[in-house]
Design a protein around this ligand. Structure first.
Ligand code: PMT
Length: 397
């Protein structure tokens, strides 16, 4: 059991979903984990310290001093832990995490913790969709924390949308994965992965681009490296970061640069996964100087870029070649068409008609097609999607 003997701090903040933590604590303890719980003041309106201390077999922390005036050492507690989980994490606590506001015992423990931190937010749908929350989740992610995205469904307000705390079983599996020693199933394999958008310059100031953040491709690269692969990750402009000795990151800007870089590594690759959103067209003329505002209309002539994936399909030898299809209509038909025309072994369809799927989101919903099979997956974090895709590829190799 990957959780056997693991020391976990569970920080519970004030939201109706806090009641689910009774079940999670029970399951964590059953799995062999040692759980110490910190409740904020408002969390105590939703769950009882007595219930949680009975389930966890430890006293529950609510403040710097307990009832008999003993000081609770936040640093000692923080350094004890192998992992800290914030669930449910309210918009308020999330905001405090991003700016380092240390105004209660839970935040003091969080700020002192050196272990991995996992955040499971929960709030009403409009709060969850607020740009401040979106930005704060991204900031927390940039600190290296893992986010378990809120799920779709009925909310305490009676409204339906994304904001529900992930189910205890989902949270449990994320925690188990955190501690599981990934099997080195791709040891000795060379992966070539593309990520992000391409930018096609119009002039020195402007470009034609798209909304890809690069996250899907980076998560694929990290997961493949975790399983022992040597990865070359070719990325268009993206703020995603990776530090892994098994990942060689090559940064490019345009589709032509991505084409050139891909074919430096393709011949040797065992698996190639093209998750980049490559521009299909590029300006015919790239102005040397900034184009000045003159007439009411400006026409920019675009010419077709080379299709990198199609060329890879034409040159395919030993490589297991995987493409992505980002569609908005006739999704399955278009994906199958690309699978055949580009001579792929597998294509991953994501549709912008599925809420939470595709660009920029931390989540994705995909369907895999091979010439003989298909498999659908539910909406999940891009890290979890990367695991599903690599599990599938693992079976095919
Ligand atoms: O980066 P994120 O914000 O995490 O978002 C992830 C994603 C939505 C970008 C990703 O999941 C995805 O769908 N990537 C493919 C986007 C795309 O360009 O799809 P397409 O259907 O237009 O292209 C089909 C395939 O051909 C893709 O594998 C693409 O990389 C490839 N292609 C396209 C054009 C071109 N000139 N050369 C190519 O190789």
């Amino acid at each position: 059991m990957s959780l056997q003997g693991k020391k976990i701090i569970l920080g519970i903040t004030g939201g109706i979903a806090a009641y689910k933590m009774n079940y999670l604590v029970r399951d964590l303890v059953k799995s062999g984990a040692e759980v110490k719980i910190v409740l904020t003041k408002s969390a105590q309106d939703f769950v009882s310290p007595l219930t949680l201390s009975t389930l966890s077999k430890h006293s529950v922390y609510t403040d710097f001093f307990d009832d008999n005036k003993t000081w609770n050492n936040h640093v000692e507690l923080a350094l004890w832990a192998d992992l800290m989980l914030m669930a449910p994490c309210t918009a308020h606590t999330l905001a405090k995490i991003t700016v380092g506001i240390c105004d209660n015992f839970l935040m003091a423990v969080y700020m002192s913790a050196k272990c991995p931190v996992i955040i499971a937010p929960a709030m009403d749908l409009d709060m969850y969709a607020h740009p401040a929350v979106t930005r704060n989740l991204k900031t927390a992610e940039s600190f290296g924390h893992t986010i378990i995205p809120a799920e779709f469904g009925e909310l305490a307000s009676g409204l339906t949308g994304q904001g529900r705390l992930a189910e205890p079983a989902t949270i449990l599996s994320v925690l188990e994965n955190q501690f599981s020693d990934a099997k080195q199933t791709f040891a000795g394999k060379k992966f070539l992965i593309t990520a992000g958008p391409t930018y096609e310059n119009i002039d020195p100031v402007r470009f034609v681009g798209n909304h890809s953040s690069g996250k899907m491709g980076f998560d694929l690269a990290k997961e493949a490296a975790k399983r022992g692969a040597k990865v070359v990750l070719i990325s268009g402009p993206s703020s995603q970061k990776v530090e892994d000795e098994n990942i060689k990151l090559c940064k490019v800007t345009s589709a032509q640069e991505m084409f050139d870089e891909v074919f430096k590594y393709y011949e040797d690759a065992d698996v190639a996964i093209m998750s980049a959103a490559v521009a299909d067209y590029t300006p015919k003329v790239k102005a040397k100087e900034k184009i000045k505002k003159k007439d009411n209309e400006l026409t920019i002539e675009l010419i077709k870029n080379k299709d990198i994936l199609r060329t890879m399909g034409e040159k395919k030898a030993q490589q297991f070649l995987v493409g992505f299809a980002l569609e908005t209509q006739n999704e399955e038909e278009n994906a199958r068409d690309k699978l055949i025309k580009k001579n792929l072994d597998m294509i991953v369809l994501n549709s912008l008609r599925d809420e939470g799927a595709g660009f920029a989101n931390a989540t994705n919903k995909v369907k895999i097609f091979t010439p003989t099979e298909e498999q659908s997956f539910s909406l999940k974090s891009k890290e979890a999607v990367a695991k599903d895709l690599l599990d599938f590829i693992e079976q095919k190799l």
